[in-house]
Design a protein around this ligand. Structure first.
Ligand code: PLP
Length: 404
């Protein structure tokens, strides 16, 4: 039966007011913001990109050789990884059904956590919905009022998001500047209860590595908890173990990362001691109040770890490819599969990216606020599937475009 209104309902009190032009400014606000961004060449738009066969991307009717995917080992399309995802869907369904603390903690998650902890040589691990969610949840769980956070100025946006969700005092130190971090700690540490130092292991837009051994020593002497973000290290440096292994650093107590780069799927994680992981699982809000990962993502990650742990030659390839590129262009030797070529102005970076696309290469321009003003760049990400000829041709094209 319908509930049918016999007479029109009286106008809602809010609608009785005369239209106020000032009330209709939401679209004006959005248009003005967009116009401002357009004027600075900083507007971003989504482009449909179909990745059917690594390292190719179909977009705008063209097939481009991609140097912009973080799928360093091309595992997103590996037959064993895809088969694991399909099998998990067939058995457990497409979604997890709830937060991990309610019914979303399907059996594959425990297996993945054991595998991640083993690879990172920690006691335990906790899998989150994404790397962003991991950082946004971990930092405020560990640092509160009366505490201090030190963070590298080029650390990833989601580590900064974590600091913004914490009432702790946050101080930014210059990129990879251990002496400045030490000066800050010497001056400030005693004024705070606990302290946390946050850095990327491999910096996402610069491709360089953090001095993790030095930072670990500094943190040990000032009683500071070190947290490294290994989104771009796992699976590609340190024999696959990531940036802490590569740095020969003593065990870093908080090692987070993502399942969405070399692992080829989706999700995030923290590796740490059992006590820390138990605390995170009961208190990190982005874990508690967000749905657990779909079983397919977890199964795919386990299958990808099998490959990473058993194929050392594959793991070495992305860095070797990046080094072939930096050598061909006389750039400083690549420290990771990420190589930036700084252009400067955003419109110039966009133009260089367009010229590369005309030559058949997909290399996205990275502009502020992702990178500091004046350092818009081309960011090259190398994968195991790039051939030596691809890289030689890319280097030649880049040279002709930027004239180096
Ligand atoms: C990509 C990235 C993240 C976020 O991981 P997602 O799983 O994509 O949310 C975190 N930190 C760094 C350094 C990254 O590059």
């Amino acid at each position: 039966m319908f509930l049918r209104k016999t007479s029109p309902s009286p106008p809602h009190p809010l609608r009785q007011r005369r239209p106020n032009p000032k009330m209709n400014t939401l679209d004006d606000f959005a248009s003005a913001k967009l116009a401002e961004l357009d004027a600075q060449h900083l507007r971003r738009t989504l482009v449909e990109s179909a990745r059917e066969e690594a390292p190719w991307v179909f977009r705008e009717g063209r097939r481009l050789l991609s140097f912009s995917c973080n799928d360093y080992l091309n595992l997103s399309h590996h037959p064993a990884v895809k088969a694991a995802a399909v099998e998990a869907i067939a058995r457990y369904g497409a979604g997890s059904g709830g937060s991990r603390l309610v019914t979303g903690n399907h059996p594959l998650l425990g297996e993945l956590e054991t595998r991640l902890a083993r690879l990172k040589r920690t006691e335990a691990a906790c899998v989150f919905g994404s790397g962003y969610l991991a950082n946004a949840g971990i930092v405020p769980t560990l640092a509160g009022a009366k505490d201090l956070i030190l963070i590298d100025e080029l650390a990833h946006a989601c580590l900064f998001a974590g600091t913004q969700l914490s009432p702790a005092k946050t101080i930014i130190f210059r990129h990879n500047d251990v002496s400045q971090a030490e000066e800050l700690l010497a001056a400030q540490r005693a004024n705070f209860r606990r302290a946390l130092l946050l850095t990327d292991g491999v910096f996402s837009m610069d491709g360089d590595r953090a001095p993790l051994a030095e930072l670990a020593a500094l943190c040990a002497s000032y009683d500071v908890w070190l947290m490294s973000d290994d989104a771009h290290g796992l699976g590609v440096i340190g024999g696959g173990g990531g940036s802490v292994t590569a740095a020969g650093a003593p065990p870093v107590p908080l090692q987070m990362g993502t399942l969405s780069k070399a692992i080829g799927g989706y999700g995030g994680y923290l590796c740490a001691s059992k006590q820390v992981i138990d605390l995170i699982k009961t208190r990190a809000r982005t874990l508690v109040y967000s749905t657990g990962l779909p079983p397919a993502s977890v199964a795919a990650a386990i299958a990808a770890l099998d490959i990473i742990e058993n194929d050392p030659l594959l793991v070495e390839k992305p860095l070797a490819k990046a080094r072939a590129f930096t050598k061909a262009l006389n750039l400083p030797e690549a420290q990771s599969p990420i190589v930036p070529v700084i252009i400067g102005a955003p419109e110039a970076a966009l133009a260089a990216s367009r010229q590369l696309a005309e030559a058949g290469f997909l290399v996205t321009a990275i502009r502020p606020p992702t990178v500091p003003a004046g350092t818009a760049r081309l960011r090259f990400a190398f994968s195991a599937a790039h051939s030596d000829e691809d890289i030689a041709r890319l280097a030649q094209t880049v040279r002709s475009i930027i004239g180096s």
